[in-house]
Design a protein around this ligand. Structure first.
Ligand code: FES
Length: 651
């Protein structure tokens, strides 16, 4: 046969193929990304293409004398049964007869780019570890006494070049009925990330999918999960719960001590977190109407103590120098082995690698999402949580540390504190003259002094202050002169406002007093200020320590990350002295960078390979044994700071 020139868009890949070649085969020959689940059987329609120049085959003439007559018979049958959009053809059926330009729409690309959310976030190219494939398995033959599984493995390799495979018991149990019900045609979900590949599940005949994955950010205080479509990378549902391990200790070190002091302490904490994860997975699937069986991947990011407790590894070594991890590399294991029962039993779970004993997979996930190692500018990335993950670097060098900020930034240990939820105060302004506050609550667009605010918040009420709210409240109190540089709240005589009320020997500042109407008093107490001072000093000291190590006094850019990082106002963070001084327009929010990193690792094998590489190049700085940390911590106690000039605050 003569050759035809084919150009694929949008990739621009081109080459000559013999006329009569199907588009799917041409795509494979020219290394064009064209999806297929059924392997060219005209069943899945994942291979759809649009000819933009030239003409496809007219052979395989269909009986009817209409537009369909130009179609291949298999394609015509598909169109009659399920319909193909105008101009679309099945790439596995349409053959190339002459020079052509063929467009591969995004929906037909396996490795489609997933739209990025924020400017700072990187676009992800879909490259999931688990995919669906349709295969025809040879029927058993008394003269060839091989098992059904062995013939399935042969078919997988012959029809999809998957190489050797293994299958867990959960698959072997379903194998025989599935093969017979599907008349020896089955769809299997196969994880190709490892060698040998692993069969995850099996369905009789053609199974449409999509497959799903969970990206889980397992924090010391909260657990957040995102259910992602493994074909498109889109998040269908997100949900969060409190980490039930809190009852064993609020912060990491108290949980490590609990494990040291109690014989089955670690086990009890592992059981508690698995229980919460299973409940969360069940709820999130129910909400998205996804069958738990279709959830075939889960990726975890967490700090080292959470990491060990999730795996059922006693974390005692992490509580004492030299803070040795049981394993620092990425961990891959099945959901059953992990104890995650609310997803497919053979689902693969993947834990990102840890950087060091105090700098975990959550910091690795932030590094993956924010890519400081690819930045020309010197960027400081602060992931605010109960334990702050801090990264400083550029393309030459990246440093990392963690700092024990405590749960104050998440609204815990704050008298009126609460998790970010409807009804929580999230924005605060205080008039420097009248000392009167106005605020906004989550779930309402209005400010508290806008008309209609009371009606708009009637349903939720005003229930407390969340992390971003307390940061703004304290910073605004400082700017309004309600608070001195040492963090002491002034009494009514000094501040001139009756909102300063005595509470024992100290004062509180009242944001809202609803007690006459049967509501509650929401105030910032001296204890709250102390908790915030401890948290922000720890954060600042960690950042400062990395700057010392890097030999710099300033950074080019500051990125605030964390579940509520997106909600922290850069100005207030700087007034408080949470972060080193920088031009305000160079302080940005990255949202939940650890969660984004988890999603990237869920959607892309390349992202996993990248982060496994990157962590080995990140230098870890240990705050716990560094004497300068203490010095920095003490100096950072003042608001914003005892000695650092904070030049950008004046402008
Ligand atoms: Fe499945 Fe073409 S590859 S329909």
């Amino acid at each position: 046969a003569a050759d035809a020139l084919v150009i694929f868009t949008p990739s621009g890949k081109r080459g000559r193929v013999p006329t009569g070649t199907s588009v799917l085969d041409a795509a494979r020959l020219l290394d064009v990304d064209l999806d297929s689940v059924c392997g060219g059987r005209g069943i899945c329609s994942k291979c759809q293409v649009t000819p933009s120049f030239g003409e496809f085959s007219k052979h395989g003439v269909h009986a009817r004398e209409n537009a369909l007559s130009e179609w291949n018979a298999v394609e015509a049958r598909y169109h009659e049964k399920r319909g193909l959009a105008q101009g679309r053809r099945l790439g596995c059926q349409a053959c190339i007869l002459g020079d052509m330009v063929i467009d591969v729409p995004a929906t037909s690309q396996v490795h489609k780019q997933v739209v990025r959310k924020a400017a700072s976030q990187r676009a992800v190219t879909m490259d999931p570890a688990t995919r669906l494939v349709l295969i025809d398995v040879a029927e058993p033959d008394m003269h060839e006494p091989s098992g059904d599984y062995e013939r399935l493995a042969t078919a997988l390799d012959e029809q999809w070049q998957i190489g050797p495979v293994t299958a867990p018991l959960s698959v072997l149990r379903k194998l025989q009925p599935a093969l017979r019900r599907g008349k020896w045609q089955v769809t299997v979900a196969v994880n190709i990330a490892d060698t040998p590949a692993r069969v995850i599940d099996i369905w009789p005949g053609y199974h449409e999918g999509p497959l799903w994955g969970l990206a889980i950010d397992l924090g010391s205080t909260t657990i957040a999960a995102h259910l992602c479509d493994l074909t498109t990378g889109q998040v269908a549902t997100s949900a969060g719960v409190m980490n039930p391990q809190i009852r064993f200790g609020e912060d990491l070190m108290s949980r490590v001590s609990y494990a040291m002091m109690n014989a089955d302490g670690a086990q009890a904490m592992t059981a508690a977190v698995l229980d919460a994860l299973n409940t969360l997975a069940t709820e999130i699937c129910a909400e998205a109407e996804v069958a738990p069986r279709d959830v075939v991947e889960a990726v975890f990011v967490c700090n080292p103590v959470m990491h060990h407790l999730l795996l059922g590894i006693d974390p005692v070594e992490l509580g004492q120098a030299p803070f040795a991890l049981a394993t620092s590399g990425a961990v891959t294991l099945s959901a059953t082995e992990l104890g995650l029962t609310a997803v497919n039993p053979a689902a693969q779970t993947y834990l990102l690698p840890c950087i060091a004993g105090h700098v975990g997979a959550d910091a690795a996930a932030v590094a993956l999402s924010e890519a400081p190692d690819k930045s020309d500018e010197l960027v400081l990335i602060v992931d605010v949580g109960t334990n702050a993950e801090i990264l400083l670097g550029n393309r030459d060098r990246v440093l990392a540390c963690s700092s024990p900020t405590g749960p104050a930034f998440e609204g815990a240990q704050i008298s009126s504190g609460q998790r970010a939820a409807p009804g929580a105060i999230e924005r605060v302004e205080i008039d420097p003259v009248t000392k009167e506050p106005r605020f906004r609550v989550i779930g309402c667009e209005l400010w508290s002094d806008d008309p209609g605010f009371a009606e708009a918040t009637a349903a939720t009420g005003i229930t407390g202050i969340c992390g971003s709210g307390i940061i703004e409240a304290v910073a605004e109190m400082r700017m309004a002169g309600l608070l001195d540089a040492s963090g002491l709240i002034g009494g009514p005589e000094q501040t001139g406002t009756p909102r300063s009320i005595a509470e024992g020997r100290t004062y509180s500042y009242v944001l809202q007093d609803d007690r006459p109407a049967g509501g509650s008093l929401i105030a910032v107490t001296q204890g709250d200020i102390r908790a915030i001072q401890l948290a922000k000093s720890a954060l600042y000291a960690g950042a400062r320590l990395l700057m010392d190590e890097m030999g710099v006094d300033t950074v080019d850019r500051v990125t605030l990350a964390g579940a509520f990082g997106a909600h922290i106002s850069p100005k207030h963070a700087m007034v408080l002295g949470m972060i080193p001084d920088a031009p305000l327009d160079k302080v940005t929010s990255a949202g939940n960078a650890a969660g984004t990193g988890a999603r990237m690792a869920l959607c892309s094998r390349a992202a996993r390979a990248e982060i496994e590489q990157t962590v080995s190049k990140i230098t870890k700085v240990e705050t716990a044994i560094e004497p300068r940390f203490q010095e920095h911590f003490v100096a950072a106690n003042a608001i914003p700071h005892a000695t650092a000039p904070f030049a950008h605050l004046r402008s």
